[in-house]
Design a protein around this ligand. Structure first.
Ligand SMILES: NC(=O)c1ccc[n+]([C@@H]2O[C@H](COP(=O)([O-])OP(=O)(O)OC[C@H]3O[C@@H](n4cnc5c(N)ncnc54)[C@H](O)[C@@H]3O)[C@@H](O)[C@H]2O)c1
Length: 417
């Protein structure tokens, strides 16, 4: 089956390659450099499985072509998967869905019949609204749950497959079922026979109303943000009162209802999705009573204020010890270890706060192309970074820093993301 994918970022590229095992894929991007890299079999993003699939696409028998030509991409497609960005717009207090709509327009110009599957994260209620506004009944939604850096891995080993279609539209529900089956067909064979914790076998597959499917995505990410915020506030308490955070988390997380995972303190939740998705859910609560969703959004700024104050205390301590103008070193702009992506990473919030107090910052980020990041010098020379910085802040610990441990400020207590 011919399937087109609009957008070759984390979501689009991983879904395109997953589906290219059993379908004929045309992937389109509006950035010519990305298309050109993909045509050469080079991944524009760092992701082990994506790189492996692209490198071995012939041996693996994948049918994957990248193109910048809309007619070539969308013309013959039965499904058009839209994986364009939906950044949060602080003026409208909602996601900016214009890139999703631009892709729909481009697809419809050459193909009035394809099923459009929105894979981008969208506001709750968007699919129903856009179907009505455009008079287009062939739009459905499938939330994406991948993690950056493990994008294709997570699609090969999905926790669940969710597709949303209006319940009263039998054709759309059937198209959603077929799309769910395509995603399942692409998953690793062992996943289709796996045993789940609830005793069921295979990959849980849910075909829901589209508004419910949209809610699943935003509530799932907001829960993850809540969990990060919870352990971060636990750490803020322990650090302020002189308790061992590590011991408290261990004792708390041994309760199997809580679990010892996703509980490592950090500088705040960040990355492309959690900050914007929590805000979008809060915006969706406009006419609905709530306290918690607002608190999850606010908690992240409070945590960054706390971390920045802790860094500034160390800086002031050095001034007291007669280092006239201490230099703060930011070790990596990325959110997670092993990542090359620093969209909305929490360390940037720390950097901004520290710089606002007039303290100079030097950044070590080997994946950054350029010598300045928001007015601060960037270096890829680790040895000079370590010798020049007086205080080093690291959202995630790295053995790179072992020889300057005394300078390092981190809240990474368990050495995991
Ligand atoms: N990154 C994640 O971990 C993740 C996980 C789940 C869901 N999502 C959601 O998926 C969507 C995409 O996220 P991403 O991380 O893949 O974004 P991304 O920025 O990595 O990739 C988006 C791609 O779309 C391209 N694009 C923009 N406008 C286009 C158009 N009109 N036609 C074709 N291509 C176009 C961009 O050039 C870019 O390459 C967002 O809504 C995001 O919230 C992301």
């Amino acid at each position: 089956m011919r399937i087109a994918v609009a957008g070759t970022g984390y979501v689009g590229l991983s879904v395109a390659l997953l589906l290219s095992q059993h379908n004929d894929i045309r992937a389109l991007d509006i950035v010519p450099e990305k298309v050109e890299m993909l045509q050469r079999g080079v991944s524009p993003i760092r992701d082990a499985e994506i790189e492996r699939f692209l490198e071995h696409r012939d041996e693996m028998g994948l049918s994957f072509e990248a193109t910048a030509d809309a007619a070539e991409a969308y013309g013959e497609a039965e499904y058009v998967v839209v994986a364009c960005p939906t950044n949060y717009d602080t003026d409208t207090n909602s996601f900016d869905t214009s890139a999703v709509e631009a892709a729909m327009d481009a697809a419809r110009e050459v193909n009035p019949d394809a099923w459009i599957v929105v894979k981008s994260t969208i506001p709750v209620g968007y699919t129903e609204r856009i179907r009505e506004e455009r008079g287009d009944n062939k739009i459905i939604f499938s939330p994406e749950f991948l993690r950056e850096g493990h994008a294709l891995y997570d699609n090969l080993h999905p926790s669940r497959i969710v597709v949303g279609a209006p319940r009263d539209d039998a054709d759309a529900v059937a198209a959603a079922e077929r799309f769910a089956a395509l995603l399942e067909e692409g998953a690793a064979p062992e996943e289709r026979s796996r045993r789940n914790a609830d005793g069921t076998a295979g990959i849980p597959r849910l075909v829901l109303g589209c508004t419910e499917a949209e809610a699943v995505k935003l509530f799932a990410n907001t829960y993850l943000a809540l969990r990060v915020s919870y352990f971060n506030e636990l750490d803020t308490y322990c650090a302020t009162k002189g308790l061992s955070t590590k011991d408290v988390i261990r004792g708390v997380s041994l309760d199997p209802r809580i679990g010892d995972f996703y509980d490592n303190p950090s500088f705040g939740y960040g990355g492309y999705c959690l900050p914007k998705d929590t805000r979008q859910l809060l915006a969706n609560y406009r006419d609905v009573p709530q306290n918690l969703i607002q608190a999850i959004v606010d908690s992240n700024s409070t945590r960054k204020d706390f971390i920045a104050d802790e860094v500034l205390k160390r800086v002031n301590g050095l001034v007291y010890e007669s280092v006239p103008k201490p230099l703060v070193g930011v070790y990596r702009l990325t959110m997670k270890s092993g990542s090359d992506n620093f969209r909305a990473s929490s360390i940037q919030g720390i950097m901004k706060r520290v710089k606002a107090k007039g303290v100079p910052v030097l950044v070590y980020e080997p994946t950054y192309r350029g010598d300045e990041f928001f007015g601060s010098e960037v270096t890829a020379d680790l040895a000079s970074f370590k010798s020049r910085a007086d205080v080093i802040v690291a959202n995630r610990w790295s053995d790179d820093l072992a020889d300057v441990e005394g300078k390092v400020y981190t809240r990474d207590l368990f050495g995991r993301d």
